[in-house]
Design a protein around this ligand. Structure first.
Ligand code: F6R
Ligand code: MG
Ligand code: MG
Length: 364
């Protein structure tokens, strides 16, 4: 039995047109760079909206300097192409000129997990555009803790003990684990606030194995200014003691509201779409999620299967579009627009400075 690592590393290195999609030449450049590397067992280059997602298998473990270097070099090569084509925001997610051993904190988003490849190893890579890492909190809660979503929690003996959920405080840089179902209510105090607390990983209590891993990078916190959205990724292993593929995709049938639409400053429904439809256009959105399924066979990625390219998600899309219509009519008002402190763009300091003399004390 070999241990395999699945690394998903993503970045926006230039949009075509604006922030709506990835130019095909960026995809072919990424494929070329990865195919020239001897480090990988296999790879698939995916895109959602304006983000390039490198899905890679190897035997070098998580946080491997060589794999992170490879991803960084791939994004640099794509940036060169983006600059030639004058794509929008070429190189925007590469926050530094020099690679220092790990892409974490340097702009790209990273979700990685190492595991013993099972007799059959179905995995789903979820990738979203125009939102933030906490967008996975609600669907992961449903997948791993809600029996109304995942009947396996009730009737599969290998799931019945529940899962451990690791949560990151993205402001204080702290990590905490909750044992489910006993600590459900404590968990929800935190993950119900997805702008600050994001699920990082999930582990089976039956086997101790990793079941899910997410990217939790927040670009604006890293850069100290707005440089783009985090547009997170999430890997979920499925079946035999883990959520069935159908249980893992079920939460997306009810599009939940996430932060990150237009200028990273609006709330919108997370719309499940096929790869072909993963181009956020209306008001730079609404936010989208794709789900690529693979069977892993000796490190080879057998796939992808485009899981949301299915008629059973048509109503979710319809509902998302209705929610989008409703929210758009609220224009610059909360809760469509994010609260002041959460907006990625603001003119508040400048407007306040200009008007400050006009603010008089209220005498009563
Ligand atoms: C980017 C995004 C977009 C941009 C918007 C304005 O992730 O969500 O909505 O924020 O298109 O972009 P700039 O300021 O570059 O013109
Ligand atoms: Mg962008
Ligand atoms: Mg993006």
């Amino acid at each position: 039995m070999s241990r395999i690592t699945l690394s998903v590393i993503k970045a926006d290195v230039g949009g075509w047109v604006g922030h709506t999609s990835v130019h095909p030449q960026l995809i072919s450049k990424a494929e070329q760079v990865l195919s020239e590397s001897s480090l990988l067992k296999d790879f698939h280059v995916a895109y959602v909206g304006d983000d390039v997602n490198l899905i890679m298998t190897h035997e070098l473990g998580v946080d491997s300097t060589e794999i992170h270097q490879l991803a960084w070099d791939t994004f640099l090569a794509c940036t060169e192409v983006a600059k030639e084509l004058k794509l929008y925001g070429a190189g925007q997610d590469l926050l530094s000129d020099a690679f220092s051993g790990n892409v974490k904190g340097m702009g790209p988003g990273v979700a990685e997990m190492e595991f013993e490849e099972r007799k059959a190893e179905p995995v789903i890579v979820f990738m979203a555009d125009k939102t933030e890492p906490g967008a996975w909190n609600l669907p992961l809660y449903k997948m791993f803790a809600d029996p109304f979503n995942t009947i396996g929690l009730v009737i599969d003996p290998k799931m019945h003990r529940g899962f451990v959920m690791e949560v990151h405080d993205l402001i204080e840089h702290k990590s905490v684990k909750f044992s489910l179902p006993e600590e459900l209510y404590d968990l929800l105090v935190f993950i119900g606030a997805p702008g600050r607390y994001a699920v990082k990983a999930v582990y089976s209590k039956t086997t101790g194995d990793i079941a899910a891993a997410c990217s939790t990078q927040r670009l604006n916190l890293m850069a100290g200014r707005y440089v783009g959205k985090d547009d997170p990724v999430c890997i979920v292993r499925c079946q035999s003691g883990l959520p069935a593929v159908g249980e893992a995709v079920e939460p997306f049938a009810n599009p939940h509201l996430v932060a990150g639409w237009m200028r990273g400053s609006h709330v919108g429904p997370l719309m499940p779409v096929s790869v072909e439809d993963s181009h956020p256009t209306r008001f730079d959105g609404p936010p989208r999620v794709i789900a690529l399924g693979f069977q892993i066979a000796n490190g080879k990625l057998i796939g992808p299967r485009d899981l949301f390219a299915d008629v059973s998600y048509d109503r979710a899309r319809q509902k998302a579009l209705e929610i989008a219509d409703y929210l758009r009519r609220l224009g610059p008002f909360e809760p469509h627009r994010l609260p002041l402190e959460d907006m990625e763009y603001t003119t508040m300091p400048e407007v306040m400075e200009r008007l400050k003399e006009r603010f008089k004390p209220i005498e009563d």
